[in-house]
Design a protein around this ligand. Structure first.
Ligand code: NAG
Ligand code: NAG
Ligand code: NAG
Length: 216
């Protein structure tokens, strides 16, 4: 779950960096140029047929964002609503995090707190950012994200009160069954966590710049 939230962060940051590149003069803005990127934390709750539980991300760092390129930027303007679709490959990301929580994942009970490292490779993301443009300011209302992950490897330490055998079973389980878990968890994280988070992050930037200077 951490991965998804964080990878969205990375995409936003890269969008902003990109915006900075293709405009001539942008005003100063307070978006941190994070490399590696730190995410201090948040809570995520799940309640689907397959997964119940909640998790707390206590601290996470994301590495590997410097390799991002954009395949495509597709702007649409209709009735004051500006919509920007962005495709980007994300070759490899390494996430180092500390999490706690409890969950029933596809029948497996997991609980505890510990270190979770995740390496995901050959990823591809599409982000759709929409919002009204008024008075030459784009106010973002939603960021919808879809991301496909090519390969996934998790490393866990300290879960189940430090019982290594159980910790290792959970690690193997995640590495074996990440695709169905991702299919269930991904949309929840994107909608409930990532959308508001990213919307807020991008608005901090776009509230300070005139729309016509970025998208002439
Ligand atoms: C969060 O993690 C980073 C990188 O591991 C570390 O430098 C930082 O001190 C941590 N912050 C907290 C509050 O634990
Ligand atoms: C439009 O933007 C200008 C410059 O940012 C500001 O001075 C003005 O008050 C704004 N007008 C409205 C109606 O928000
Ligand atoms: C997670 O990554 C950090 C930094 O590379 C490393 O120090 C730590 O041992 C790793 N933890 C696990 C459980 O692999």
């Amino acid at each position: 779950m951490i991965i998804y939230a964080l990878s969205i962060f990375s995409i936003v940051i890269s969008v902003l960096c990109r915006a900075e590149q293709f405009t001539i003069r942008l005003p100063e803005f307070d978006i941190p140029r994070l490399k590696p990127l730190n995410y201090e934390g948040g809570r995520i709750a799940f309640n689907t047929n397959e997964i119940h539980g909640e998790g707390i991300i206590i601290n996470a760092t994301v590495y590997g964002l410097e390799n991002i390129n954009f395949l495509d930027l597709r702007p649409h303007f209709l009735n004051d609503v500006f919509r920007l679709e962005i495709d980007t490959p994300i070759s490899t990301m390494f996430i180092n995090s500390y999490v706690s929580g409890r969950a029933n994942v596809l029948g497996i009970q997991a609980h505890g707190a510990g270190q979770l490292n995740v390496t995901i490779s050959d990823n591809r993301a599409t982000m759709v950012i929409t919002g009204h443009v008024k008075n030459d300011t784009w106010t973002i209302e939603h960021c919808d994200l879809i991301m496909t992950i090519g390969s996934f490897k998790a490393q866990l330490n300290g879960f189940f009160d430090g019982i290594k055998e159980l910790n290792d079973v959970l690690e193997e389980f995640l590495n074996e069954y990440w695709p169905p878990i991702y299919r269930i968890i991904g949309p929840v994280v994107f909608k409930d966590v990532a959308d508001p988070l990213v919307t807020d992050l991008i608005n901090r930037f776009f509230s300070k710049v005139s729309f016509s200077r970025i998208f002439p």
